[in-house]
Design a protein around this ligand. Structure first.
Ligand code: C5P
Length: 235
């Protein structure tokens, strides 16, 4: 799989809305992220249909359960032929190892597997007071990223502002998938710590996950192309 790509977060409530959105792309087949909302509403059929249309799929379900359950669930997702899926690193190195086992197909291939370290919605204060994690949030993110690498996964989801720290700790080959991307002249909406596609590229993100700057644009195809031009550059 080629590194550095723009993944469109298809945060739509139904299959109809999602397919109507993807119909607008006549020339390119963007990499698509399907999250919990769409998957719980439309299930495996929407995954199969988007795949049938030729898109790569990041199935963002953030599994976190006992190792055996995660392994079995991952085997089901692997059969859906998605290209990337994820777990919470908080599930432990053992859970992540089981996840890889479940994901690996009989022929040895598997989708990319990445982990969530600490959600960007979790503040350092809440992590320390409620989760009783006695570390700085950056130390926690680095440790969880190292655990992810130790378990054999491919990378982590993180804020673009954390991507450099993760690469320094885990190596340049360890993938960083970063949401929180906005055009320099665009709306931030509810995202707080944002960065532009060009800056995400400089920092070393491998994939940017972009939702509303593309899905809510007057011309989503033009917005997608602008994102690709800024992040991937000319190929
Ligand atoms: O619309 P927007 O570009 O903010 O969408 C970003 C996408 O990335 C959403 O699907 C959101 O759930 C996801 N995401 C995020 N921050 C994280 C993890 C995932 O914004 N830390």
């Amino acid at each position: 799989m080629k590194k550095r790509d723009v993944i469109i977060a298809c945060d739509f409530a139904s299959a109809e809305q999602t397919l109507a959105f993807l119909d607008r792309f006549e020339e390119e087949k963007p990499f698509v992220k399907i999250g919990m909302e769409l998957f719980y509403a439309a299930g495996a059929p929407i995954v199969r249909e988007i795949k049938r249309r030729g898109h790569k799929i990041f199935l963002d379900l953030k599994l976190h359960d006992i190792p055996n359950t995660v392994k079995k669930a991952m085997a089901v997702l692997s059969n859906l032929d998605v290209d990337m899926c994820n777990v919470h690193a908080a599930g432990t190195v053992e859970m992540m190892r089981y996840a890889i086992e479940g994901l690996t197909r009989a022929d040895g291939t598997r989708p990319l597997l990445i982990a969530v370290t600490q959600l960007t919605s979790t503040s350092e204060e809440r992590m320390q007071k409620e989760l009783l994690i006695d570390a700085t949030i950056n130390d926690c993110i680095v440790k969880y990223a190292q655990n992810t690498k130790e378990a054999g996964l491919d990378g982590v989801v993180c804020s673009p502002l954390e991507a450099r720290m993760v690469k320094d700790a885990c190596g340049e080959e360890f993938l960083t998938i970063t949401p929180g991307v906005r055009f320099a002249d665009g709306e931030k909406a509810d995202q707080v710590r944002v960065t532009t596609p060009a800056r995400a590229r400089e920092i070393g993100s491998d994939y940017i996950v972009v939702g509303r700057p593309i899905t809510a644009a007057d011309d989503p195809v033009a917005a997608y192309r602008r994102c690709v031009a800024e992040f991937v550059g000319e190929e």
